[in-house]
Design a protein around this ligand. Sequence first.
Ligand SMILES: Nc1ncnc2c1ncn2[C@@H]1O[C@H](COP(=O)(O)OP(=O)(O)OP(=O)(O)O)[C@@H](O)[C@H]1O
Ligand SMILES: [Mg+2]
Length: 233
Amino acid sequence: MNLSIKNIHKSYGELKVLEDFNLELDKSRIHCFFGPSGCGKTTLMHVMAGILKPDSGQIIMSSDVRFSYIFQEERLLPWMTVKENVALVLQEKAPAYVERKVLESLSLVELSDFSQYYPSALSGGMRQRVSIARAFAYEGDVLAMDEPFKGLHLKLKQNLMDAIYKYWVLHKPFTYFITHDIDDALYIADDIYILDGPPMKIIEKINIEVPHELRKTNPELLMDYKMRLSGIR
Ligand SMILES: Nc1ncnc2c1ncn2[C@@H]1O[C@H](COP(=O)(O)OP(=O)(O)OP(=O)(O)O)[C@@H](O)[C@H]1O
Ligand SMILES: [Mg+2]
Protein backbone atom coordinates (compact mmCIF):
# COMPACT_ATOMS: atom_id res chain seq x y z
CA MET A 1 0.00 0.00 0.00
CA ASN A 2 1.42 3.36 -1.02
CA LEU A 3 -0.13 6.76 -0.54
CA SER A 4 -0.20 9.08 -3.54
CA ILE A 5 -1.14 12.70 -3.31
CA LYS A 6 -1.79 14.08 -6.76
CA ASN A 7 -2.25 17.69 -7.83
CA ILE A 8 -3.88 18.77 -4.59
CA HIS A 9 -5.17 22.31 -4.26
CA LYS A 10 -6.51 23.69 -0.99
CA SER A 11 -7.12 27.35 -0.22
CA TYR A 12 -8.68 29.15 2.72
CA GLY A 13 -10.19 32.18 1.00
CA GLU A 14 -7.29 33.94 -0.72
CA LEU A 15 -4.63 31.90 1.08
CA LYS A 16 -3.32 29.08 -1.10
CA VAL A 17 -1.98 26.49 1.32
CA LEU A 18 -1.65 23.57 -1.10
CA GLU A 19 -1.14 24.44 -4.75
CA ASP A 20 -0.69 21.59 -7.19
CA PHE A 21 0.93 19.60 -4.38
CA ASN A 22 2.25 16.10 -5.10
CA LEU A 23 3.74 13.47 -2.84
CA GLU A 24 4.25 9.72 -2.90
CA LEU A 25 4.77 7.95 0.42
CA ASP A 26 6.14 4.44 0.75
CA LYS A 27 4.52 2.33 3.46
CA SER A 28 7.75 0.62 4.39
CA ARG A 29 9.27 3.80 5.85
CA ILE A 30 8.40 6.19 8.69
CA HIS A 31 7.84 9.68 7.32
CA CYS A 32 8.30 13.00 9.05
CA PHE A 33 7.05 16.43 7.99
CA PHE A 34 9.27 19.23 9.17
CA GLY A 35 8.60 22.88 8.41
CA PRO A 36 7.81 26.30 9.86
CA SER A 37 4.60 27.16 11.66
CA GLY A 38 1.81 28.00 9.23
CA CYS A 39 3.35 26.33 6.17
CA GLY A 40 0.39 23.93 5.89
CA LYS A 41 1.44 20.68 7.61
CA THR A 42 -1.79 20.15 9.55
CA THR A 43 -3.82 21.07 6.48
CA LEU A 44 -1.91 18.46 4.48
CA MET A 45 -2.45 15.77 7.12
CA HIS A 46 -6.16 16.59 7.35
CA VAL A 47 -6.47 16.29 3.58
CA MET A 48 -4.55 12.99 3.58
CA ALA A 49 -6.91 11.56 6.21
CA GLY A 50 -10.05 12.76 4.43
CA ILE A 51 -10.92 15.08 7.34
CA LEU A 52 -10.67 18.07 5.02
CA LYS A 53 -11.84 18.04 1.44
CA PRO A 54 -9.33 19.53 -1.01
CA ASP A 55 -10.56 22.01 -3.62
CA SER A 56 -9.24 19.62 -6.28
CA GLY A 57 -6.83 16.73 -6.74
CA GLN A 58 -6.67 13.15 -5.60
CA ILE A 59 -5.53 11.12 -2.61
CA ILE A 60 -4.93 7.56 -3.74
CA MET A 61 -4.79 4.73 -1.21
CA SER A 62 -6.92 1.68 -0.38
CA SER A 63 -10.46 2.75 0.38
CA ASP A 64 -11.06 0.73 3.56
CA VAL A 65 -8.10 2.13 5.48
CA ARG A 66 -8.64 2.86 9.20
CA PHE A 67 -6.83 5.85 10.67
CA SER A 68 -5.29 6.18 14.13
CA TYR A 69 -4.98 9.96 14.16
CA ILE A 70 -3.29 12.00 16.87
CA PHE A 71 -4.55 15.54 16.37
CA GLN A 72 -2.43 18.61 17.02
CA GLU A 73 -4.84 19.55 19.79
CA GLU A 74 -5.97 16.80 22.17
CA ARG A 75 -9.55 15.95 21.37
CA LEU A 76 -10.59 14.44 24.67
CA LEU A 77 -14.15 14.48 25.95
CA PRO A 78 -14.07 16.41 29.24
CA TRP A 79 -16.99 14.49 30.79
CA MET A 80 -15.26 11.14 30.32
CA THR A 81 -12.41 9.66 32.35
CA VAL A 82 -9.05 8.83 30.81
CA LYS A 83 -10.07 5.20 30.53
CA GLU A 84 -13.41 6.06 28.89
CA ASN A 85 -11.72 8.44 26.45
CA VAL A 86 -9.42 5.65 25.26
CA ALA A 87 -12.22 3.05 25.20
CA LEU A 88 -14.26 5.37 22.98
CA VAL A 89 -12.48 4.09 19.87
CA LEU A 90 -13.19 0.44 20.75
CA GLN A 91 -16.98 0.57 20.87
CA GLU A 92 -17.50 -2.46 18.64
CA LYS A 93 -15.18 -4.71 20.64
CA ALA A 94 -15.88 -7.24 23.40
CA PRO A 95 -15.63 -5.83 26.96
CA ALA A 96 -12.71 -8.07 27.95
CA TYR A 97 -10.75 -6.96 24.88
CA VAL A 98 -11.53 -3.29 25.59
CA GLU A 99 -10.38 -3.63 29.20
CA ARG A 100 -7.11 -5.28 28.18
CA LYS A 101 -6.38 -2.93 25.29
CA VAL A 102 -7.10 0.24 27.28
CA LEU A 103 -4.88 -0.82 30.18
CA GLU A 104 -2.11 -1.91 27.82
CA SER A 105 -2.23 1.41 25.93
CA LEU A 106 -2.27 3.50 29.11
CA SER A 107 0.69 1.54 30.38
CA LEU A 108 2.64 2.32 27.18
CA VAL A 109 2.21 6.04 27.80
CA GLU A 110 2.90 5.63 31.53
CA LEU A 111 -0.57 6.66 32.67
CA SER A 112 -1.79 3.46 34.32
CA ASP A 113 -2.37 5.25 37.62
CA PHE A 114 -4.56 7.92 36.05
CA SER A 115 -7.23 5.89 34.31
CA GLN A 116 -10.02 7.26 36.50
CA TYR A 117 -8.97 10.91 36.18
CA TYR A 118 -10.89 13.44 34.10
CA PRO A 119 -8.92 15.41 31.46
CA SER A 120 -9.29 18.66 33.44
CA ALA A 121 -7.26 17.10 36.28
CA LEU A 122 -4.32 16.23 34.00
CA SER A 123 -1.40 18.32 32.75
CA GLY A 124 -1.14 19.21 29.05
CA GLY A 125 1.53 16.56 28.49
CA MET A 126 -0.60 13.93 30.23
CA ARG A 127 -3.60 14.78 28.06
CA GLN A 128 -1.34 14.48 25.02
CA ARG A 129 -0.35 11.01 26.19
CA VAL A 130 -4.01 10.00 26.50
CA SER A 131 -4.40 10.93 22.82
CA ILE A 132 -1.41 8.75 21.98
CA ALA A 133 -2.83 5.86 24.04
CA ARG A 134 -6.10 6.16 22.14
CA ALA A 135 -4.28 5.92 18.81
CA PHE A 136 -2.37 2.83 20.01
CA ALA A 137 -5.59 1.20 21.25
CA TYR A 138 -7.39 1.69 17.95
CA GLU A 139 -4.62 -0.04 15.95
CA GLY A 140 -5.41 1.71 12.67
CA ASP A 141 -3.78 0.79 9.38
CA VAL A 142 -2.41 4.34 9.33
CA LEU A 143 -0.75 6.04 12.28
CA ALA A 144 -0.94 9.78 11.57
CA MET A 145 0.53 12.02 14.27
CA ASP A 146 0.44 15.81 14.36
CA GLU A 147 3.15 16.96 16.80
CA PRO A 148 2.62 13.96 19.07
CA PHE A 149 5.54 14.65 21.40
CA LYS A 150 5.08 18.35 22.05
CA GLY A 151 5.42 19.39 25.66
CA LEU A 152 6.89 16.08 26.80
CA HIS A 153 10.02 15.62 28.86
CA LEU A 154 12.99 14.06 27.01
CA LYS A 155 13.09 10.70 28.79
CA LEU A 156 9.36 10.12 28.49
CA LYS A 157 9.47 11.24 24.87
CA GLN A 158 12.20 8.73 24.08
CA ASN A 159 10.23 5.98 25.83
CA LEU A 160 7.20 6.91 23.75
CA MET A 161 9.19 6.99 20.52
CA ASP A 162 10.63 3.57 21.42
CA ALA A 163 7.07 2.35 22.04
CA ILE A 164 5.91 3.76 18.70
CA TYR A 165 8.82 2.14 16.91
CA LYS A 166 8.13 -1.22 18.58
CA TYR A 167 4.46 -0.88 17.68
CA TRP A 168 5.47 -0.06 14.10
CA VAL A 169 7.71 -3.14 13.84
CA LEU A 170 4.90 -5.31 15.18
CA HIS A 171 1.88 -3.93 13.27
CA LYS A 172 3.55 -2.10 10.37
CA PRO A 173 0.97 0.69 10.09
CA PHE A 174 1.50 3.38 7.49
CA THR A 175 3.22 5.93 9.75
CA TYR A 176 3.87 9.64 9.36
CA PHE A 177 4.18 12.50 11.81
CA ILE A 178 4.82 16.22 12.13
CA THR A 179 7.42 17.65 14.45
CA HIS A 180 9.32 20.90 15.04
CA ASP A 181 12.04 19.02 16.89
CA ILE A 182 15.08 17.89 14.90
CA ASP A 183 16.06 15.29 17.50
CA ASP A 184 12.61 13.68 17.43
CA ALA A 185 12.72 13.54 13.65
CA LEU A 186 16.15 11.91 13.69
CA TYR A 187 15.24 9.48 16.44
CA ILE A 188 12.38 7.80 14.64
CA ALA A 189 11.95 8.88 10.98
CA ASP A 190 13.33 7.18 7.87
CA ASP A 191 12.39 10.01 5.51
CA ILE A 192 12.23 13.65 6.54
CA TYR A 193 10.41 16.09 4.27
CA ILE A 194 11.66 19.64 4.71
CA LEU A 195 8.72 21.87 3.92
CA ASP A 196 8.10 25.56 3.39
CA GLY A 197 5.13 27.67 2.45
CA PRO A 198 2.36 28.51 2.06
CA PRO A 199 1.80 27.39 -0.59
CA MET A 200 3.54 24.28 0.64
CA LYS A 201 6.71 23.20 -1.12
CA ILE A 202 9.02 20.27 -0.45
CA ILE A 203 12.43 21.91 -0.13
CA GLU A 204 14.27 18.65 0.37
CA LYS A 205 13.71 15.02 1.28
CA ILE A 206 16.35 13.55 3.57
CA ASN A 207 16.65 9.78 3.86
CA ILE A 208 18.07 8.74 7.22
CA GLU A 209 20.16 5.66 6.56
CA VAL A 210 21.23 5.00 10.17
CA PRO A 211 19.54 1.81 11.46
CA HIS A 212 17.01 2.46 14.22
CA GLU A 213 18.79 0.19 16.67
CA LEU A 214 21.91 2.40 16.54
CA ARG A 215 20.28 5.80 16.86
CA LYS A 216 20.02 5.68 20.63
CA THR A 217 23.39 4.06 21.33
CA ASN A 218 25.40 5.88 18.64
CA PRO A 219 23.89 9.37 18.29
CA GLU A 220 27.12 10.59 16.64
CA LEU A 221 26.00 8.72 13.52
CA LEU A 222 23.18 11.26 13.22
CA MET A 223 25.44 14.32 13.53
CA ASP A 224 25.72 15.08 9.79
CA TYR A 225 21.96 14.91 9.39
CA LYS A 226 21.53 17.15 12.42
CA MET A 227 23.87 19.77 10.98
CA ARG A 228 21.98 19.70 7.69
CA LEU A 229 18.62 20.09 9.39
CA SER A 230 19.89 22.83 11.70
CA GLY A 231 21.19 24.72 8.65
CA ILE A 232 17.82 24.56 6.94
CA ARG A 233 16.09 25.88 10.00
N1 LIG B 1 -9.85 26.58 9.00
C1 LIG B 1 -9.03 27.53 8.53
N2 LIG B 1 -9.52 28.68 8.04
C2 LIG B 1 -8.70 29.64 7.54
N3 LIG B 1 -7.36 29.52 7.49
C3 LIG B 1 -6.82 28.41 7.98
C4 LIG B 1 -7.61 27.36 8.52
N4 LIG B 1 -6.78 26.35 8.91
C5 LIG B 1 -5.53 26.77 8.65
N5 LIG B 1 -5.54 28.01 8.07
C6 LIG B 1 -4.36 28.76 7.61
O1 LIG B 1 -3.61 27.92 6.75
C7 LIG B 1 -2.22 28.07 6.99
C8 LIG B 1 -1.62 26.69 7.29
O2 LIG B 1 -2.16 26.22 8.52
P1 LIG B 1 -1.74 24.83 9.13
O3 LIG B 1 -2.51 24.66 10.39
O4 LIG B 1 -1.89 23.79 8.10
O5 LIG B 1 -0.19 25.08 9.43
P2 LIG B 1 0.91 24.18 10.16
O6 LIG B 1 2.05 24.02 9.22
O7 LIG B 1 0.27 22.95 10.69
O8 LIG B 1 1.37 25.15 11.36
P3 LIG B 1 1.81 24.77 12.88
O9 LIG B 1 3.21 24.25 12.80
O10 LIG B 1 1.76 26.13 13.56
O11 LIG B 1 0.82 23.82 13.43
C9 LIG B 1 -2.07 29.10 8.10
O12 LIG B 1 -1.80 30.36 7.54
C10 LIG B 1 -3.45 29.13 8.76
O13 LIG B 1 -3.75 30.40 9.25
MG1 LIG C 1 -0.11 22.24 12.60
